[in-house]
Design a protein around this ligand. Structure first.
Ligand code: FES
Ligand SMILES: [Fe+2]
Length: 447
């Protein structure tokens, strides 16, 4: 295991290191957005899809950020590479969408490029004259993979992905076997009327549960001081015990009922319930009273049922602790991935700047991932739904609540005399996120 030094109890966080007053222009100013585009989005490793979208040599897809377009292609050697989507002759865009090809042929004057980017041939060489083919391959940009995701960096001089993620992030997330998970049940993308950072903020704190998701109070413990926070470079993790509220005040039967209600919010808990019920039944006395021996709680029973259920499915959970059977860790990978992850499942929220560059809009993508045995993955894999008619997609309750809230927040943030927002301690992950944004913004022009 990695050292636990980067993970702190709430009480041990040095709050004074961060700014808890955040300027609002970063959410609506076109000038700020233009600078942010260059200082953040043109510099940073970002997720461009899943590696299993491009399983075969010759599979390719386009990735766009703002008006920048890249091709990600799996070469004949099986390696994923990224290229600027522009023909090296006179710059024509080579492709859009996704597909499969042995080579890329530019429709303008028919130059052809290999899936490794090399210029293979020019049409009518007699008209072209001398040309150095080696100097006219597609412009390559860094592409790498981690945890099943394809990452791309528009900056040709970027540091390697592994260095930007850090060893501890890799080690901790590898244990979940995310690369073997597939979208199941939900993979949806929609334009929102808010800045992309409003989305990241909303998923970086649990404080808003009291206002926006009151029904989650039954299963989430918001007692101060019980959360733990991991600080890993630009990235972070927070976890609160996933447990029926105030277990010391509620009876055992109420806790069991709480677990039974979990699938409404966490659908995959449903597959654990049969074994959980069997285990609970084993602890009832002749009168039907639930009697738990020392050291056994409803929480530990749920954890044991989860471990056994997942192991029986074929998922190796040996690298995960008991807490990870029950508690969702909330991960943030800078700049735009938020993920709750628990043994066997993850839900990701990504927010992208709007292609138009309008800071009052963004695109979010919400995906539910589940670990499935290999033979079942293709069968259960969810197709991406791109929502065209605003508000027509039936998000599950908590996401719908966030969807409405975030767009309301943007309306308030746009008021010019509201120059700053105030972050509270429980929202320390929000403050951290903005401190990283500030660092990128301040580095602009200095590199
Ligand atoms: S622009 Fe592509 S071949 Fe001329
Ligand atoms: Fe929320």
């Amino acid at each position: 295991m990695a050292t636990a030094s980067a993970v702190k109890d709430f009480a041990d966080i040095d709050f004074d290191r961060l700014s808890y007053s955040i300027s609002t222009e970063r959410y609506w100013s076109q000038d700020y957005a233009d600078r942010e585009r260059e200082a953040v989005w043109m510099k940073v490793w970002q997720i461009a899809g899943r590696a299993d979208e491009l399983p075969q040599s010759g599979d390719w897809k386009e990735y766009r950020v703002y008006d920048q377009s890249f091709i990600i292609a799996r070469g004949q050697d099986g390696v994923l590479r990224g290229f600027v989507n522009a023909c090296r002759h006179r710059g024509n865009a080579l492709c859009s969408g996704k597909g499969h090809a042995a080579r890329f042929t530019c429709p303008y004057h028919l130059w052809t490029f290999g899936t490794d980017g090399r210029l293979l041939a020019v049409a009518r060489p007699d008209l072209v004259g001398p040309i150095d083919k080696a100097a006219h391959g597609l412009i390559e940009v860094p592409v790498d993979t981690f945890a099943g995701w394809i990452f791309i960096n528009p900056d040709r001089n970027a540091k390697p992905l592994a260095e930007c993620l850090g060893a501890e992030v890799a080690e901790r997330l590898d244990a979940y076997r995310l690369g073997e998970m597939v979208p199941v049940g939900m993979d949806v993308q929609e334009e929102l009327d808010c800045n992309w950072k409003v989305v990241i903020d909303a998923f970086s704190e649990g404080y808003h549960i009291i206002g926006v998701h009151p029904e989650l109070l039954a299963v989430m413990d918001l007692e101060p001081g019980r959360s733990r926070h991991g600080f890993f470079g630009d990235h972070g993790m927070a976890v609160s015990p996933f447990e029926v509220k105030r277990t010391h005040e509620t009876g055992l039967e109420a806790q069991v009922e709480g677990i039974r209600s979990l699938p409404q919010t966490f659908p995959t808990v449903a597959e654990v319930l049969p074994l959980f019920e069997t285990m609970i039944a084993g602890y009832r006395d002749a009168a039907g009273q639930l009697v738990l021996p020392e050291g056994v709680t409803v929480r530990t029973i749920m954890q044991a049922a989860t471990r056994q259920t997942l192991t029986a499915k074929g998922l190796d959970v040996s690298a995960l602790a008991d807490d990870q059977m029950s508690d969702s860790q909330g991960w943030f990978l800078f700049p735009n991935l938020f993920m709750t992850i628990r043994a066997g499942e993850a839900t990701t929220i990504m927010a992208f700047p709007h292609p138009s560059g309008d800071p009052n809009k963004c695109v979010w993508r919400c995906t539910a991932f589940m670990w499935l045995p290999e033979p079942l993955r293709a069968q259960y894999r969810a197709e991406l739904v791109e929502v065209k008619e605003r508000g027509s997609y039936p998000y599950f309750l908590a996401l719908q609540q966030d969807y409405d809230q975030m767009q309301r927040q943007q309306q308030g943030l746009r008021n010019r005399t509201m120059t700053h927002i105030s972050i509270i301690r429980e929202e320390t992950s929000v403050a951290r996120f903005h401190s990283v944004v500030d660092r990128y913004m301040n580095a602009q022009g200095g590199q």
